[in-house]
Design a protein around this ligand. Sequence first.
Ligand code: ZN
Length: 513
Amino acid sequence: MRAANYYRVSTKLQEKKFSLPAQKQELTVYAANQGWNLIGEFVDVETGGKLNKEGLNKLLDLVEEGSVDVVLVVDQDRLSRLDTVAWEYLKSTLRDNNVKIAEPGSIIDLTNEDDEFISDIKNLIARREKKSVVRRMMRGKRQRTREGKGWGLPPLEYYYDKQEAKYKAKEEWKWVIPFIDNLYLNEQLGMKLISDRLNEVSKTPSGNQWNEHLVQTRLMSKAYHGVMEKEFNNGEVITVPNVYEPLRTEETYKKLQIEREKRGNQFSVSGRKNTNNIHMLRRTSIKCGHCGRKIAVQMHGTKQKPKYYAKHGRKTRMKDGHTCDISINTERFDGNVIRALKDVLTSENLAKKYINIEYDEKEITNLKKEIKECKKSIDNLKSSADKLLDLYLIGKLKREKYLEKDKEINSKIEVQEETLNKLERKLQAIDSSAFTYENLFQYMAIAQNIETELTGLERAQLMGTLFPLGVLYKDKIILITEVFKGIPIEVTIPIETDQHTWHHTKNNARTSL
Ligand SMILES: [Zn+2]
């Protein structure tokens, strides 16, 4: 058989499995093993959702010349993902010339109705799931997980030994887990105190400060007794033992979980300090979007039936005598916050409802323009500082006046330089495409169990770590994280107009989750 290989690559998301070399390698080997005669290779590059079909057109020319028997693709969606008309045309061209489509392991004969039906379905799916890259990625990850191979970043205490294909504990960090376990179980310390103790000894393996959330994940993670457990968006949980070198026994792990539960219950029974009665945004530092003052989430109502209001911490009158009286029952957004986290972790499309992920050309152009303007204003400020110095040196300006003016200009320069710095980092990150959904997903993945396994305090700690900052408006709350090379990512969540609306949507959300 005379085979033509067709590769399609996307430049937008880094598709490791579907990179050009990977497709080429897989198909060339496959064709050779089948004893097929490779007569040509055709490539199309997809940028920003647009497909350049030059390669496909050349391929179809050869098909119509009758010099191809089979078109080989890594996955049929390489070929399809076309609109209906284009797909019908492609199919009929292939069928009329008696050309089959092959993926490694399967051949689709378009003259066979069943095959064609399957093909149509696949095309439909490929079209509807334009962003199926992420889904495929997750599928690959599920497979890797099942096979007991790890993926993603291991916990800080581990590294991947390529030669032995194993996750091993870093020798210099082996003390951390027993250290935490001892403080928690024997010295009965809480997570904040444990993170303080850790900070007295050393920073984290990645050079940061320890915090409550890091301690908590160390107490809860099964990784430290060797188990890799991953929960996927489709709800599937895969557990594989003996993936990581153990740093504690399973027995200790069980003791820790019993202790965690005990502490949660103890507090709530005594009513002294009910850790479940802490609002999830308690550790997030929130400002009022209207007046800029600090917002506190305060508990009202009874301990059995707590209500929370997000409002100004203290009533202070603003300079102009105007008062801002924002006070929002958190029931109006609690459900939306949880749903936003779930949505962001479900798919890139859903994530876009809350986060501005894509940067188009126009935005990059604007960014470059802003950078240019910023640089210009810094130059201007610097030259006025020079002129000021001249005036002082020739005696036209008194020393105090000069120093005062100079200080003024310098603080303006500082502000501009900080802005410039931010803009440049943003541009750099976009350029190096560090800002991808996958990155965001990796970062937010720790929020996956936010609804279920955590006590109120733990939930607040997790939210505080994910979103150290927030801004509250009358109709929306913006949660801010700083992860991608110092660029803040803003998650914008709507606030319902009244509680009834919320109850209604809450019920919907429950059933659809
Ligand atoms: Zn305000």
